[in-house]
Design a protein around this ligand. Structure first.
Ligand code: ZN
Length: 556
């Protein structure tokens, strides 16, 4: 980047070129600047050689950005946009936010050469691409002073001034409400507060993407941590061990379950707030998960047992969590004593005692189950069976009450195989297992570019589908199916969103005998050939126009 002297020369040369200044006037001004200091532009204005607007307009031209003599043309800037840049930063950098379109934030600044570095900082700070408009320092100052009153300094967390008068705890309540309220309104699922030696970095996770928010002053962080820990019923005195807690409330118009976790770092406690929308995020109703009535009845049959193990199986990311919480909620309405040990707790269900596993305290899923057995539960949940220790504890507990858990496996039959591979005695599994619900996600066809086509039975079969899979859904010689052509709305994928497909694996007497005998998966599949498999469930969604043949073929 050019040095300051060179830049000033350039400004002068430009003004001479534009015919606004003679070379002699420029030399005088530069001489004056050498002797007394100050900015060349200011000197030129002072000596009545140019108006300020002429100088700024030349600067803008040089920088290739628009010049405006007055910011009033932009009208009143919404609080939403103002909050993207704190008052402190607006003053420090001499910038003022004006408008926002999509991913671009337009800011006014007073000196394009000096502030070019600030633009990169602004980009990082706000997460927006920055478009610049040049105006006078006076205009910036006027706008900043009126938008960010001096006595309420940094609005680092949107809408909150850290120097609000009043007791510190009231201030912390306000900050907490602003933090959670903004996150809720933006649809954030996580808030990360990460102390660094200089400030506290604040980031939101919105639709999977991290978004940086204005930093939070370090001086206010300890009281905020204490406040949040108090709210979440955590030990405020302990700053050296990871902790977690929970708080519920309404923020930003959403009823939220907030899980608060702390992690000690060399700069202080990092905090992670997970936001769960208790009103709508997961359907807490089995009937709303999208199971067909046959599968739902079969699954509810498993859950009707007074003891035994019921498993939900699927690959990672197949929606098992949604299913298991909906199941818990459904069981809870039957007024049973339900205890749950989870790692991590991903949803809170009213009326159920949920315990977070803490390996640092030797409270594992397995040891949690052992503790639960002494508390005479009707139903117990362990979030997942990952190892033989948990599997053994689940089997043991299933001899006394109903145990619900998940297994990461391709499908229902895969879960049975996996438990046996883990070392669960086949005869014990055959005795205790009530049934397995298998599930997968299929992508839904984009409604914007959906198009129909017809495939014959032969064509479907040559695509890789079995006759039973097709006929199980419908008897016909040809089938109208759909696919997404690909459009801007679905990023040319042809898909938008996902739906779960389900299967059940019931433990009939014959199946129990085969499991006890450690029969091959093929034999078990043949024995249960009558059930609706994942592929068949997916095929039903194909014929209902929800998903494509290609998606159904991915389910096997
Ligand atoms: Zn589309």
């Amino acid at each position: 980047m050019a040095g300051p002297v060179e830049k000033k020369k350039r400004l002068g040369d430009m003004l001479v070129q534009e015919g606004l200044l003679t070379s002699k006037q420029l030399d005088q001004a530069v001489e004056h600047q050498r002797a007394k200091g100050g900015r060349l532009g200011d000197i030129l204005v002072e000596q009545n050689h140019c108006t300020e607007d002429q100088i700024l307009s030349a600067l803008a031209k040089r920088a290739g950005i628009p010049f405006v003599s007055s910011l009033s043309a932009y009208g009143r800037v919404s609080a939403d946009i103002l909050s993207l840049i704190s008052g402190d930063l607006a003053r420090q950098w001499g910038v003022y936010p004006l408008s926002r379109e999509g991913h671009r934030l337009t800011v006014a600044l007073a000196d394009p050469f000096v502030e070019l570095d600030a633009v990169d900082d602004l980009k990082i700070h706000t997460g927006y691409d920055i478009a610049m408009v040049l105006t006078s320092g006076r205009e910036i100052q006027k706008a900043v002073e009126s938008a960010y009153p001096a006595e309420t300094k940094a609005t680092d967390i949107e809408g909150i001034s850290h120097s609000d008068s009043g007791p510190a705890d009231i201030q912390m309540v306000t900050i907490t409400n602003a933090l959670l309220g903004n996150a809720a309104k933006m649809g954030a699922t996580f808030i990360y507060l990460e102390p660094t030696p200089l400030a506290v970095q604040v980031r939101y996770r919105i639709r999977g993407q991290l978004q940086k928010k204005p930093n939070f002053p370090l001086a206010q962080y300890a009281p905020l941590v204490n406040h949040l820990k108090g709210l979440a019923r955590m030990d405020t005195a302990d700053r050296w061990l990871p902790q977690d807690g929970r708080v519920q409330g309404v923020w930003g118009g959403r009823a939220l379950d907030v899980r608060v976790a702390t992690l000690p770092t060399s700069n202080g406690e990092k905090m992670v707030l997970s936001l769960f929308d208790s009103s709508q995020a997961l359907p807490m109703d089995l009937a709303k998960l999208g199971m067909d009535s046959e599968t739902l009845l079969s699954y509810q049959g498993f859950l009707g047992a007074s003891k035994g193990l019921v498993l939900v199986a699927g690959p990672a990311g197949s929606g098992k969590t949604a299913t298991i919480y909906a199941t818990l909620a459904g069981l809870q309405s039957a007024e049973k004593h339900i205890l749950s040990i989870e790692d991590p707790i991903e949803r809170y269900v009213d009326g159920i005692t949920q315990v977070q596993a803490r390996s640092d305290l030797r409270l594992t899923l397995a040891s949690g189950l052992q503790v639960f057995r002494r508390l005479a539960p009707d139903v117990v949940m362990a979030s997942d069976i990952l190892d033989v220790g948990t599997a053994d504890a689940a089997m043991e507990t299933a001899g006394e009450c109903l145990v619900l858990s998940t297994v990461t496996a391709p499908d229902a039959l895969g879960a049975v195989q996996k438990l046996i591979e883990m070392g669960v005695p086949p005869s014990l599994l055959a005795d205790r297992l009530m049934g397995v619900l298998g599930q997968r996600l299929v992508r839904k066809i984009c409604s914007n570019c959906r198009e129909g086509h017809t495939l014959s039975l032969r064509e479907l079969m040559s695509a890789g589908l079995g006759e039973k899979e097709i006929r199980g859904a419908k008897r016909a010689a040809s089938f109208s199916v759909f696919r997404g052509r690909g459009c801007g709305q679905c990023m040319a994928t042809g898909y938008d969103g996902a739906a779960a497909v389900f299967e059940t694996f019931p433990m009939t007497d014959n199946v129990r005998r085969l499991v006890a005998e450690k029969a091959s998966p093929a034999l078990l599949a043949r024995e249960t050939a009558e059930r609706v498999t994942l592929r068949e469930a997916a095929m039903k969604k194909v014929l209902a126009g929800e998903t494509s043949v290609d998606e159904a073929l991915r389910v096997h």
